[in-house]
Design a protein around this ligand. Sequence first.
Ligand code: HEC
Length: 166
Amino acid sequence: MNRKRTLVVSMMVCTFLAVSLVVALAGGGLLPKADGSAVYEYITKTSPYQQWPLFHGKEKLYEGKHPHGAFLTTYVNDLALAGFKARIGTLADGAIIVKENYITDKILGAVTVMYRVKGFDPEAGDWFWAKYGADGSIEKEGKVAGCIGCHTAAINNDWIFTGPVK
Ligand code: HEC
């Protein structure tokens, strides 16, 4: 191969890689680390959760129970959705569930998140838990004892209450 040709080929490869990166980022390909701010940044900017599918079988603002709120709107990312559809039993690494907790049908009280991070907390289903105020402030994050304690009641359904994974 002569030099000019090598250069053209290299440029093509670079363009391909750059385009792939943009596509991956646009699709929310790079998942956040298990950290409250990184997760918030991801679900609000990188891959805005309000554009995700709703929890299967749930409309917006369905009625919730204590402690989450009077009305709930729950979104799942594509990985979580695929797992629910396949009744996979345990959602895949990277699955995210984001739930908006409303005090009335118009006032958002908090946003709670379950994010599966393989190896993060094997004793409690490898879920990363987070609770954000309506303004995005971090109220709780990580291996949150309160969240884990109550969600343990749903341990046979991958710690999830709202609908079956099995
Ligand atoms: C006292 C029990 C209890 C506690 C504490 C609790 N949850 Fe929940 N959670 C529920 C119930 C029940 C549901 C089902 C929705 C509903 O009816 O409110 C739920 C639903 C969820 C969902 C939607 C997925 C699912 O499991 O159905 C997420 C996400 C969630 N909770 C996150 C959290 C986080 C984060 C915390 C801690 C900050 C937390 N929860 C604390 C009982 C609890």
